[in-house]
Design a protein around this ligand. Sequence first.
Ligand code: AMP
Ligand code: MG
Length: 338
Amino acid sequence: MENTVLLYDSAEDILTASKLIRKGNVVGIPTETVYGLGADALNPEAVKKIFKAKGRPADNPLIVHIYKIEEADKLGHDIPNIFYRLAAIFWPGPLTMIVPKNDIIPAETSGGLDTVGIRMPSHRVMRELIRLTGPIAAPSANRSGYPSPTSAAHVMNDMNGKISAVIDGGESRFGVESTVISFDDENTVRILRPGSVTSEMLMEHADNVIIDDAILNDIAEGREAPSPGMKYKHYSPQADVKIIDGDFENFCIYVNNNQGINTFCLLFDDDDTNKINCRYVTYGSDSSQQAHNFFAKLRELDSLNADRIFVRPPQKDGVGLAVYNRLLRAAGFEVIRV
Ligand code: AMP
Ligand code: MG
């Protein structure tokens, strides 16, 4: 057991965190997407500690976070022009781009792949930390398979005793992990994980944008996952998550006829809760709010000992697609249409 120190976002505490990371330790860090577990991306022993703390399968690669664009040229090679064009528009921000990796990236960081996912985050604390430290590898700071953390308290809940420190930088702004893309060719972007940089936004800057099949469907049998994370169960609270897709009237009829002892609903803020005969929490009235709240609400439902959650699914475009992708994975891709 390690003593996990809670740090704040002062210059002094960020320097403390940087020293811990440079010495090969793991620190929980705030970003604009979700909280990450950061370690020196170029130090294989440090990176192994991330996998151990999370219980993450060794073949699921880590995203490497950089401070300035020149660092991308050190980490990757044969980087297409479109990478730089998109970086100029969306960085710093919640977009991860996959390119062939250089030897400087240890196999531990890339999960044994010959590519690396690179992102330049915008969160002030994360940026300062990278500036002081160098490239930081950071997956989401949850136990593998569980909902991602969007506050320092969530990270403490999952990681207390397993990592050196957590920096409290407030609630994560977006609440869903970065958009992950690869390039089929110079003008074709493939979205491997939807996020707050949406397909609609990418379409304004690339000729072709493909939403990979595995975003809305379980990985097809016999197909190799283009992103290892697609293979694994993800984002799941303790409770059984059920997506009930249809208008609110039919949602209510279904729920009122199918509840068990500790059933809860996850609703929109503006749903007429008089019509529902079940305990509930709400997660916002538009897709951005729902992205911001989704993981925190799943964690809240765990703390209420929910054993089944009937969820009103978000819109399936814009940022809603990112939330829906997480929800589908939490529900094992099963959708009940009403
Ligand atoms: P997390 O670190 O928890 O945000 O998850 C990162 C996601 O990005 C996982 O689903 C990974 O499989 C994916 N990813 C990271 N690096 C690569 C890469 N080089 N190739 C394909 N997918 C990647
Ligand atoms: Mg994750």
